[in-house]
Write a protein that binds this ligand. Structure first.
Ligand code: PMP
Length: 472
């Protein structure tokens, strides 16, 4: 079954001018991600010309704090000479070698170092080109493994409302944000969706502990209804990132993991955002949530965005099961020309050096200050909640603070706040009526203070705009 028909509630239209209209540049050959049909092929204003530390500078010469660290990825900050040198040195030594027939020193070394950091027996890695291809690889590996092991029906994937796992066909089919799915086909017959574990939007009358029980129970019921023999994997971001930095209720991640273990369902932790220091550790699954997943997908922070690279950590037990099957013909027919790219791996090694050399510690030490500072924004009437963990946070705006009633989607408060923040020197990532902040991990306390001041002034200005326009 595919989704063709739009759901009107998710496509509210009105006479209000599109916010992007003012920022749209002109038709250029470049098509950017996530374009609206009506403005496809036009670019948003403002090429970014340079970056340094936690700042980027746009074409007009405006210096902006990089609040979202690009796309949750520039973890060690911009303009790191060590990373530029690593890239250049590797390109001069060996720019490329086939991952099919050869290996390269950086890819072998990186695999070893990641295995040493990964929890449990996750001591193998398959490198990809980014996060979508990492999730796609993990899912295809699950399918392959179950085919080889003579249980081809065990393929259903359990995902969650609000999740984001990528933009390839299978990975995108796991996405749970309605606005993303409505106009795209998806492999919905392969996926079962659970509720979003967002405590802020939990059913009324439930406390957080009861909400956790409700969520776990829902998964248990799905397993009973669909049958564990038909479910191959549960894929979950430890903290949903693009869904609005959803920090699930206490104990939830571990209990979901245990349900998977008890039912022979693979637990795939999608750590594309949460790994490489965002939560203060190389991987967050064990160190933060106390679980040892069967696979962990990663990308982004592995190279701090300096080079496209991702991968899947895979459990030795899973590989051993395949080896034991000793199937004479079965082949994991899956690979990417740029798997294990030597330049990407060389950059990742240097990036890991920087993280290990005090930056993970710094991220852990400064996170409470970051969260506490942003939390003060909850005083503002437009802000329903500020939530987060480590160095990722979300300002969630509401129509009515007491009842937590949402704002209409096309008010797009996130974009309004972002525009005002930019006037004051800060970039944030707008997500409909939310703003996401996930700065480079090198951020300092005075810079956090400045970020919060700018956000506060910009949210106040947005409240005035909304009142003036009768939208709030
Ligand atoms: N998983 C998660 C949790 C993500 O946040 C993203 C990207 N934002 C992806 C997968 C896809 O990664 P990519 O854009 O590198 O393909």
């Amino acid at each position: 079954m595919t989704a063709h028909s739009p759901k009107p509630a998710d496509h509210q239209t009105s006479a209000r001018p599109k916010l992007d209209a003012a920022r749209v540049d002109r038709q250029r050959p470049l098509v950017q991600p996530w374009p609206q049909a009506g403005s496809i092929g036009t670019t948003l204003l403002g090429p970014i010309g340079s970056g340094d530390g936690i700042y980027v500078t746009d074409e007009a010469g405006r210096k902006l704090m990089d609040g979202p660290a690009g796309m949750w990825c520039v973890n060690v900050g911009h303009r790191r000479a060590e990373l530029a040198d690593a890239m250049r040195d590797q390109a001069m030594a060996l720019s490329y070698s086939s991952p099919w027939y050869t290996t390269s020193a950086p890819s072998l070394q990186l695999a070893e170092r990641l295995a040493a950091h990964a929890p449990g027996d996750l001591d193998h890695v398959f490198f990809t080109t980014g996060g979508s291809s990492a999730v796609e690889t993990a899912l295809r590996f699950m399918q392959f493994s179950n085919n080889v092991r003579g249980r081809p029906e065990k393929k259903i994937i359990v995902s969650r409302q609000g999740a984001y796992h990528g933009s390839t066909y299978l990975s995108a089919s796991l996405n749970g944000r309605p606005r993303d799915l409505n106009w795209m086909d998806s492999l919905s017959d392969k996926v079962v969706m659970l509720s979003c574990p967002n405590p802020f939007q939990r059913p009324s009358g439930m406390d957080e502990a009861q909400f956790a029980d409700f969520l776990v129970d829902e998964f248990r019921q799905v397993i009973e209804r669909v049958g564990a023999e038909n479910i191959g994997a549960h894929v979950a971001e430890p903290i949903m990132a693009s869904g609005g930095v959803i920090v699930p209720p206490a104990g939830y991640v571990k209990r979901m993991f245990e349900l998977c273990r008890a039912n022979d369902i693979l637990y795939i932790a999608d750590e594309v955002v949460t790994a490489f220091g965002r939560l203060g550790h190389v991987f967050a699954s064990k160190d933060v949530f106390g679980i040892e997943p069967d696979m962990i997908t990663f990308a982004k922070g592995v190279t701090s965005g300096y080079f496209p690279l991702g991968g899947v950590m895979i459990s030795a037990r899973l590989l051993e099961e395949l080896r034991r099957s000793n199937h004479p013909e079965a082949m994991f027919a899956h690979g990417l020309t740029y798997s294990s790219h030597p330049i990407g791996c060389a950059v990742a090694l240097k990036n890991l050096d920087i993280l290990e050399d005090g930056l993970l510690e710094h991220a852990r030490a400064i996170s409470p200050y970051f969260q506490k500072s942003l939390k003060t924004l909850e005083e503002l009437p437009l802000v329903g909640e500020v939530r987060g963990m480590g160095l990722m946070a979300c300002v969630d705006c509401v129509a009515d603070k007491v009842n937590r009633n949402p704002l209409a989607l096309d008010v797009e408060v996130g974009k309004r706040i972002d525009a005002h923040c930019q006037e004051r020197g800060l970039l944030v990532r707008p997500l409909i009526n939310m703003c996401v902040i996930s700065p480079p991990l090198i951020i300092t306390e005075p810079e956090i203070d400045r970020m919060t001041e700018i956000l506060s002034a910009s949210i106040r200005q947005t409240m005035d705009d909304l009142t003036r326009d009768g939208l709030w």
